[in-house]
Design a protein around this ligand. Structure first.
Ligand SMILES: [Zn+2]
Length: 318
């Protein structure tokens, strides 16, 4: 039996073998030293979340501290962490500078979704992490309690209110969202959003509300979207999902009452038998979410458990 840790590692953006060294973030002298050292590697992200990727799209474009000082003078680096003897820093640039730097360094400026499929797991995870942190920094300019400007500290991981009467500290936020494959014997429940192409389906998902357990959120979302009553549910795996600030928490669940009563959020919700999934995928009349998503991993898990079938093989055969 594979553990949830192993299942999470299979998810895109979730295989980041990085020491975040969070206990060193308040050591400004140490951080300044690391930022200047020859082992420092700088990643550059535009305000729109695009990163500089090498021309062949096989890795993030890494810059030395000297390159970074020359290309983006005065830019304030954020510390991401250390791996394989290198210290990784993030620098945010405006969109015009990102385009200019891409041209000057023969790199491509790509968003995370486009880049993720061709990047190695470490770089995909690093990009996701950097994108999430950069998005928070860009949005957290003013104190939510008193509206005074904020100042970044702790290597870019904390924003302190500059009003001495307030002085509140703000931290990066991550919004938990559950995503679930509901089974009923040899059928599973999938839905289609109103903007999606015809015959493309995904597992159901939604944000966790205040005062709610993850299991209650699973039951509420499935009932709200499809009218199906869920009984037991179990944690499957998690995935950072910085679009812009979520973590996806994957679950498997069993239906208690499979009757579908469509809610307002989806265009369609229906049960698929194993045979319907297999036939639809092989005939290419059925589309699923990208392999980057937990939805894909949940359907893969369900097919394996229920029918001993491999989703990737079915898609290749299609
Ligand atoms: Zn304040």
């Amino acid at each position: 039996m594979r553990t949830s840790s192993a299942r999470s590692r299979d998810n895109a953006f979730a295989a980041l073998e990085l020491d975040r060294a969070s206990e060193r973030r308040d050591d400004a002298t140490w951080l300044a030293e690391r930022a200047q050292a020859p082992t420092a590697r700088y990643l550059i992200l535009g305000a729109d979340g695009r990163a500089l990727i090498t021309a062949e799209r096989r890795s993030l474009q890494e810059f030395s501290s000297a390159d970074c000082a020359r290309l983006l003078p005065g830019a304030m680096p954020s510390f991401l962490g250390s791996a394989s003897g290198s210290d990784y820093f993030l620098v945010c640039a405006d969109d015009a500078s990102t385009v200019r730097l891409a041209a000057e360094s023969s790199a491509a400026a790509l968003d995370l979704r486009s880049a993720a499929a061709s990047l190695p797991a470490f770089h995909a995870g690093l990009f996701a992490y950097a994108r999430g942190l950069a998005h928070w920094q860009q949005r957290m300019r003013y104190c939510t309690a008193c509206a005074a400007p904020l100042a970044l500290e702790a290597g870019g991981h904390r924003a302190k209110c500059t009003n001495p009467q307030c002085g509140i500290e703000h931290f990066p936020r991550t919004d938990p969202a559950i995503i679930v494959i509901v089974g009923d014997g040899d059928r599973c429940l999938l839905g289609r959003g109103p903007q999606w192409p015809e015959r493309r389906y995904s597992t159901l998902a939604g944000f966790v509300e205040p005062g709610e357990t993850l299991e209650d959120a699973v039951r509420r979302e499935v009932f709200e979207e499809a009218g199906v009553r869920v009984g037991e549910c179990d944690y499957h795996s998690s995935q950072p999902w910085p679009f812009p600030a979520s973590i996806m928490l994957g679950f498997t669940a069993r239906a208690e009452d499979p009757t579908i009563r469509l809610g307002a959020e989806l265009a369609e919700a229906r049960w698929f038998s194993v045979d319907e999934l297999v036939d639809g995928l092989k005939a290419r009349t059925l589309g699923l979410s990208s392999p980057l998503s937990v939805s894909y991993r949940l359907i893969e898990h369900w097919l394996r458990q229920t029918a001993g079938l491999e989703l990737s093989t079915l898609i290749q055969d299609g």
